[in-house]
Design a protein. Structure first.
Length: 123
């Protein structure tokens, strides 16, 4: 999971694609507002294009990470600067990642860090 965040921070689409399952799903932060996700072939490219459209700068800092019986939980600090507004954002949230055959099948953020922790089965 850390490799996925590192690849995101480098804007390394090829590395992200290698880590994702062919039908893998990426749920972006804005999904809570817009109900969108990116899945299947081309998911990484569509996700990164959406990030580029909204933000001029982004980074994910992993603060805590744990393997659980259902997947991996991470508590992260997301930092970004709005492309049009120039407003800086800093938000802590949880991520839940489910793997299939050692590749990312689904990665999703949760505003409620404890919900992401529970989904992964980490207590």
């Amino acid at each position: 999971m850390r490799d996925l965040f590192d690849a995101f921070n480098r804007n390394d689409a090829d590395a992200m694609k290698r880590l994702m399952a062919p039908d893998g799903e990426i749920v972006p932060l804005r999904s809570a507002l817009e109900g969108i996700s990116f899945a299947g072939p081309g998911a990484v490219d569509r996700f990164l294009a959406a990030v580029e459209e909204s933000w001029s700068r982004t980074s994910i800092e992993v603060e805590e990470i744990h393997d659980g019986p259902n997947g991996v939980f991470a508590r992260v600090c997301f930092r970004a600067t709005g492309r049009e507004s120039g407003i800086d954002l800093k938000a802590e949230h949880g991520w839940f990642v489910r793997f299939e055959q050692e590749r990312v099948a689904r990665v999703a953020p949760y505003r409620d860090v404890d919900e992401a922790r529970r989904l992964a089965g980490v207590e």
